[in-house]
Design a protein around this ligand. Structure first.
Ligand code: ZN
Length: 281
């Protein structure tokens, strides 16, 4: 599940390696992976890769000639750089950018669903592109104060992952952030007092920044298929809380799990296990 720290480190590592590289051709073997048709893929030929940036969980790859590639990994995609071209039998390939030095920038997706996507845009159209235009402020490094930003009667667990409210946080890092801030995932944004809003802001910046620093010190190219995420709460249900030592609990949803420490975050209260309540209906 790539979120802001994973996209950031991927953009940094691959961006540094490919800067200045010239594109020979681009291919979109994934069904519906390419979401635009104008400019056409052939417009990428002969362009140089200038910079790989990030907005929220999206990659923004700048090319010379005022073209931009926007890439969304969704839940199971990876952007990787290879020294040789993909076999056409590689069923994970969604979008391939072949450089004329033989290397290949590859959008791959693991699992059965094909959801990752690419848009080829003119640079001047990027800011108005809907997925970019609708994004909230960046969660890292310098988001605006949370008292106003999160002043909505919705649970923080949903609010912090809403890319329109704040960009970059998903299911993994939201558990870590709420745990270190010692706030319940089901507390409503509008119910945060000033101290809590400040603490949550501070922990958001710190947790995401620490994750990026961890990747900076441990990762190098090639980016592995499965990034070793330094998580201490998410998917750690049943294990001891890293702060108080009590057992971490979880709420199970259809496709994912939310983890928290009752002692540190919910005054000892166990939140409803949706899986269990469904079985008991
Ligand atoms: Zn705890």
């Amino acid at each position: 599940m790539p979120e802001l720290p994973e996209v950031e480190i991927t953009a940094r590592l691959i961006g540094a390696a490919v800067a200045g590289g010239e594109i020979e051709s681009a291919l979109a073997p994934g069904i519906n992976a390419l979401k635009t048709f104008d400019p056409p893929l052939a417009a990428l030929e002969g362009r140089r890769l200038q910079r790989i940036g990030r907005r929220g969980k999206l990659f923004v790859i700048e090319l010379d000639g005022e073209l931009v590639l926007e890439i969304h990994l969704m839940s199971a995609g990876r952007l990787q750089l290879f020294d040789a071209r993909a076999s056409l039998r590689d069923r994970t390939s969604r979008f391939l950018v072949r450089l004329n030095d033989g290397r290949e920038l590859r959008l791959r997706e693991f699992g059965t669903r094909q959801r990752a996507w690419v848009k080829v845009l003119r640079a001047e159209d990027l800011a108005a592109e809907e997925t970019i235009a609708e994004l909230g402020p960046e969660a890292w490094p310098d988001p605006p104060p949370f008292a106003d930003l999160l002043d909505q009667p919705r649970p923080l667990y949903a609010l912090l992952r809403d890319q329109h409210v704040i960009a970059g946080i998903g299911r993994s890092w939201v558990d870590e952030i709420l745990h270190t801030a010692m706030i319940s995932p089901f507390k409503r944004g509008s119910d945060l007092d000033d101290d809590e809003a400040d603490r949550l802001h501070e922990e958001t910046v710190r947790v995401l920044g620490d994750a990026i620093a961890h990747y900076e010190s441990t990762l190098s190219l090639p980016i592995p298929d499965k990034l070793p995420m330094p998580l201490t709460v998410h998917r750690c249900n049943g294990e001891p809380c890293p702060r108080c030592g009590d057992q971490l609990e979880a709420v199970f949803y259809e496709d994912y799990v939310m983890c928290y420490c009752p002692t540190c975050q919910t005054e000892g209260k166990l939140l409803k296990d949706r899986r269990l309540s469904r079985l008991l209906k």
